[in-house]
Design a protein around this ligand. Structure first.
Ligand code: ATP
Ligand code: MG
Length: 394
C-alpha cells in the first residue's frame, strides 16, 4: 500500500504548541481532501494519507497548496521485516527507469536488528543482483532509494516533493486584508496566509466611478487566494459617498492621503467587528506618493491597530513574480480601474502633514459617513474554487 508521507518542516521547531499547529494542519488537510476517499493519520513527526491510486495526481495538486507542509513523499508501506522491505524495494524500483542509485536507510526502530549502514549494503546488493545495468553512485545518482524503518511499519520512497512551507492557515487569528484589484494586495494576502493568518478581505468600491467589472475582478482574486485557505469573507464597502465628499471639500493634493485615512478608519472598525487583530495591505515603500514613509506615517496615524505590510520591502518585479506564481497576476492586470486610480489628483502630496490632513477632513462629517459605510457593508463568502484542472482541460 502507498501513502503520502508529509513532513512538517518549520512546524517541528515548535515546542509547547506543536500539537496545536499539527492539529490545525490536520484539519486543513482533512477539509481540503474532503471530496476524496482518504484516511489521514498524524503523529508528532509526520502525517500520513492513505488514498485511492486514481486520485493521487489530484491530491498532490491540492497538497501543493497547503501551508505548513515542508516536504512530502509518496511512500510504499510494508511491515518492518527485512523480507517485506526487500520485496517492497524491488516492487518500487521495477516501475522506475534509472541507471544509478543510492540507498539511504534510516532506522528509528532501534530494535530492528540491521543497522542503517548495513541495511544500505543489503538493499544495494539486492538491487544490483536483481536489476540489469544499474550501478551505485553515491554522489549524483539518478534516484535516491529512501528506506525508513520504524516500529511496525517501514516506508520506502524515491522522490521528495517540496511543499509550500509556512504555517497552517488558522494557526494565527484573523487579519483584515485591504484587497484592491491591483497586483500588490493579493500577494500581500498570500504572504500573510503563509504565516498562518486567517484572512478576510475588504474591498472599497465607488460605483458608478468604478465598474462592476472591477468588483468581479476582486471576487476573482479572492477565489484565487481562497485556494490557499478554506474560504475568504469578502466585505464590500460602498465608498462612493465618502470619496465624493473628499473630492468636493478637501484640497486636491491631499485627497489621496485623506481617502486612505478614511479607509484605515473603516478598517479599524472592521477589525473589531470581525474579531481580527491586524490590518494587512499591499503597500510597498516608495511605490507611489501615498506610500512614502512620510505618507504612511500620516495615514497610519488614524489607527492604533497594527498594520502588516508583507510586500513593503519588495521590488515591484519581485511582487510581480510572486503574483505570477500564485496566478493572480493575469487577473490583476485586467484594465478595470479602482477607486484610487479614478480619483488620483495631478499632484498628490508626497510629504503630507498630519495637521493639514486633519484640518482638511474636518470639512465634512466623515464620522457619520464612516458609520454608514460600515453598516451597509455587503459580505460575500468566497469558497475555494480551484479551476486550474478545468482550465487545463480547455
Ligand atoms: P495594488 O497593486 O494592491 O492595488 P497599489 O500599488 O495600486 O496596490 P495603492 O492603490 O496606493 O497601491 O494601494 C495601496 C494598498 O491599499 C493596496 O495594496 C491595497 O492593500 C489597499 N487598497 C487600495 N485601494 C483599495 C481598494 N479599493 N479596496 C481595498 N484596498 C485598497
Ligand atoms: Mg491599487
Amino acid at each position: 500500500m502507498r501513502v503520502i508521507l508529509i513532513k512538517y518542516g518549520e512546524l517541528s521547531t515548535k515546542k509547547g504548541n506543536r500539537n496545536f499547529f499539527i492539529n490545525t494542519l490536520y484539519n486543513n488537510v482533512k477539509e481540503k481532501l474532503s471530496k476524496y476517499s482518504v484516511k489521514i493519520f498524524k503523529d508528532r513527526a509526520r502525517m500520513y494519507i492513505e488514498f485511492l491510486d486514481e486520485d493521487l495526481e489530484q491530491i498532490k495538486k491540492i497538497i501543493d497548496k497547503i501551508f505548513g507542509i515542508h516536504m512530502y513523499h509518496i511512500a510504499l508501506i510494508v511491515d518492518t521485516n527485512i523480507e517485506k522491505i526487500k520485496s517492497g524495494v524491488l516492487e518500487l524500483l521495477n516501475l522506475e527507469d534509472f541507471k544509478t542509485f543510492k540507498v539511504i536507510s534510516k532506522r528509528s526502530d532501534k530494535s530492528f536488528p540491521i543497522h542503517s549502514q548495513e541495511l544500505n549494503h543489503v538493499l544495494g546488493s539486492l538491487v544490483l543482483k536483481n536489476m540489469d545495468n544499474v550501478k551505485v553512485d553515491v554522489h549524483s545518482p539518478d534516484i535516491f532509494l529512501n528506506v525508513e524503518v520504524r516500529e511496525n511499519k517501514s516506508y520506502i520512497y524515491l522522490n521528495s516533493y517540496k511543499g509550500l512551507g509556512g504555517y497552517p492557515v488558522g494557526s494565527q487569528p484573523r487579519g483584515m486584508l485591504m484587497l484592491s484589484g491591483g497586483i500588490d494586495s493579493p500577494v500581500a494576502g498570500y504572504l500573510a496566509m503563509k504565516r498562518g493568518v486567517l484572512v478576510d478581505a475588504v474591498y472599497f468600491e465607488a460605483i458608478p466611478h468604478t465598474s462592476l467589472e472591477a468588483r468581479e475582478k476582486v471576487i476573482e482574486l479572492s477565489k484565487k487566494l481562497a485556494v490557499y485557505c478554506s474560504h475568504i469573507n469578502l466585505h464590500v464597502v460602498d465608498f462612493t459617498p465618502i470619496q465624493e465628499a473628499i473630492y468636493k471639500n478637501c484640497r486636491s493634493d491631499y485627497c489621496i492621503t485623506i481617502m486612505r485615512r478614511m479607509m484605515y478608519r473603516i478598517m479599524e472598525k472592521l477589525v473589531k467587528i470581525n474579531n481580527g487583530y491586524v490590518i494587512i495591505n499591499g503597500e510597498s515603500i516608495g511605490q507611489v506618493a501615498s506610500q512614502t514613509l512620510t505618507s504612511m506615517a500620516v495615514i497610519n496615524e488614524v489607527t492604533s491597530v497594527p498594520v502588516i505590510r508583507p510586500v513593503a520591502c519588495l521590488d515591484k518585479l519581485e511582487i510581480i513574480s510572486l503574483a505570477k506564481k500564485i496566478s493572480t497576476y493575469e487577473t490583476s492586470i485586467l484594465p478595470y480601474e479602482d477607486c484610487c486610480t479614478v480619483f488620483v489628483p495631478k499632484h498628490p502630496v508626497i510629504n503630507p502633514k498630519i495637521e493639514v490632513a486633519s484640518v482638511e477632513e474636518e470639512k465634512f462629517d466623515y464620522k457619520k459617513m464612516i458609520n454608514e459605510a460600515v453598516t451597509s457593508i455587503n459580505t460575500i463568502k468566497i469558497i475555494d474554487n480551484d479551476n486550474s484542472e478545468f482550465s487545463e482541460l480547455l
